[in-house]
Design a protein around this ligand. Structure first.
Ligand code: FAD
Length: 356
């Protein structure tokens, strides 16, 4: 259940193990928290509104991308970063960029999901199919999908892999029999990684910051953007800075025009007057995405959360329900890497259980 990266990795492995697989996906597209768009629309420059980078230690995600022919390129890290923390003004950071070693994908991170989906047998993915309930019986499961008040469908299977973010599992799926109160609480306590994030993109004609010996990377305590990166495409079709909007309700409660003005003022403060002459301004707010975030996810998580839990490592409900999704991975939980690892783990557990 869920055609994000973890669900598609699991579906791919199980299909190759000769099991019949059906992936139910609530959205009208695959990829979940990866969503890559052409920017500008008429070019072949892809940019990521969701997950984007892998790091050298993300070995499973990188191996998968290579196998699927999804090529990556190194993040631009030449030059100094900037620190914008308040009274001391803007400072240059001469040390190597924290983005050294990070890479993005030419066709965007969603390309991995598209490639996995393309190699599944026709009809394996049902889009626009939001699951609302899982009923477990001795010999299998029934998954209810509610497309509208009138349109309810039931799908039967020997087992189901649930890949939704844990808070959505607890908050939107009705289990028969019910989840234990302790496990439900564990799920509710697990923030949806990046569920609070809003990405802002500002396109320019030229990467003028590079001419000033700046990498485009900046950390800011003043906002509105708290972390800024150069997301230009290597072929120069896209020249852009992107930043995460500071969390919390303040900026969300402003109008688009107010946010845009404040962002451009910040970029002028950091990168100089050339930042005033931008081409286009874009936003993607994941808090608004009901198939990713819950109301609790709008708040910025207080500390780095340790994802994964022993309960995800085992089949549930007598071997009828399995867990995947990046938050269920103890290794790189939250990342693309965690999604790939969790999908593989769930697929191997399903095989071991059903083929026993
Ligand atoms: C803004 C942002 C920036 C990020 N940056 C990075 C990065 O740079 N590097 C990195 O490694 N990771 C990053 N991530 C995280 C990365 O995108 C995720 O780890 C990964 O995409 C998660 O995949 P998943 O399959 O576990 O979950 P998801 O992609 O969330 O997949 C779950 C799927 O379930 C579907 N679904 C939800 N409810 C239902 C339902 N009721 N019935 C059926 N289907 C349902 C959803 O639509 C979705 O397709 C970022 C994420 C965001 C949002």
């Amino acid at each position: 259940m869920g055609a994000g990266l973890s669900g598609l990795v699991a579906a791919d492995l199980l299909t190759r193990a000769h099991l019949n697989v059906l992936v139910l996906e609530a959205r009208d597209r695959v990829g979940g928290r990866t969503h890559s768009v052409r920017m500008p629309a008429e070019t072949s420059a892809w940019t990521d509104l969701g997950g984007a980078w892998t790091r050298p230690h993300h070995t499973e995600a990188r191996r998968l991308a290579e196998e699927l022919g999804v090529a990556r390129f190194a993040q631009y890290v030449e030059g100094d970063g900037l620190l914008d923390l308040g009274p001391r003004g803007v400072e240059r950071l001469a040390e190597p960029s924290p983005m050294t070693g990070a890479a993005r994908f030419y066709d965007g991170a969603q390309a991995m999901s598209h490639q996995l989906a393309a190699r599944l047998p026709a009809g394996s993915i049902v889009l626009n199919a939001p699951a609302t309930a899982i009923e477990v019986a001795a010999d299998g499961v029934e998954v209810r999908v509610q497309r509208s008040i009138q349109a309810c469908e039931t799908f039967s299977a020997r087992a189901v892999i649930v890949t939704l973010p844990p808070r959505l599992v607890a908050g939107t799926l009705n289990f028969q029999p019910d989840l234990s109160p302790q496990f439900r609480q564990t799920l509710l306590d697990m923030p949806t990684w990046m569920g609070h994030a809003s990405k802002v993109f500002v396109r320019y004609r030229e990467a003028f910051w590079r001419d000033q010996g700046l990498s485009g990377f900046a950390l800011s305590g003043r906002g509105p953007l708290e972390e800024i990166h150069d997301v230009s495409s290597p072929d120069g079709q896209l020249v852009a800075l992107f930043g995460f909007l500071s969390g919390g309700p303040y900026w969300r409660n402003q109008t688009l025009e107010q946010r845009q003005q404040a962002v451009i003022e910040q970029l002028v403060r950091l990168f100089g007057p050339q930042a005033l002459t931008f081409l286009t301004y874009h936003e993607m707010d994941w808090v608004q995405e009901k198939y990713t975030s819950t109301a609790e996810d709008a708040a910025v998580p207080l500390a780095d959360f340790q994802y994964g839990h022993q309960a995800f490592e085992e089949p549930a409900f007598g071997g009828r329900v399995f867990w995947a999704g990046t938050e269920t991975s103890a290794v790189d939980g939250g990342m693309l890497e965690g999604a790939v690892r969790s999908g593989k783990r769930a697929a191997y557990l399903v095989q071991a259980t059903l083929m026993d």
